[in-house]
Design a protein around this ligand. Sequence first.
Ligand code: AMP
Length: 219
Amino acid sequence: MANYYVLLGPPGAGKGTQAKLISEKIGVAHISTGDLLRENVKNRTVLGLEAQGYMNSGRLVPDDLIISMVRERIALPDCSKGALMDGFPRTVAQAEAFDKMLQDAFNAKIACVPCIEVPAVLLIERLSGRTMCPNGHVFHQVFNPPAAEGVCDECGAALYQRDDDKVETVTKRIEVYENQTAPLIAYYDQAGILARVDGTQQIDSVTAQIFSALGIDGA
Ligand code: AMP
């Protein structure tokens, strides 16, 4: 049976890292709206050009743009086997649209929403020290440094800092999360599908907590 999951949590909570590990393990599509948008920005599509200003200033891209982007993505064949959403939904309007999308496309409901919780002070430290390569491998100057400074361990490409990981933008992104995305915690809690996860732990311990929330044997 196809299962659909939403990974919730503030920027820097580790959603991307966890989503990658978990989607590979359980064989569902990993859908990161941040990655889809960055791809559009890189390719200078109409959507990318429109989204760029919002992203660089740490604000949310308007709901209608995001919702139609996800509707197109979810229609691709790999999503019929299930999907793990990373960075979407981020507003109540997006959450309502997503519920309807799943219903219409697959006659399905979200199975579980793990919410990775990390205090704001740690988020700032994590995000402002983060670097990545163009192929999406992520490092941290202190917590996960590459073997050679500025070079990706996995593919040898040069590492860079995301424009929106600069310290001023990070603070804005956390504020936006608190105001616009945190209400989703109550939204999914009321639906009885929220599972709180302690995101201050090591990566593998967070993964284990998420597997347990999903009712999957992660061993
Ligand atoms: P992320 O990689 O998930 O941190 O997303 C990077 C940026 O892309 C965010 O700060 C937003 O500007 C934009 N973005 C990603 N996902 C969404 C979404 N679901 N709704 C609105 N904006 C988004």
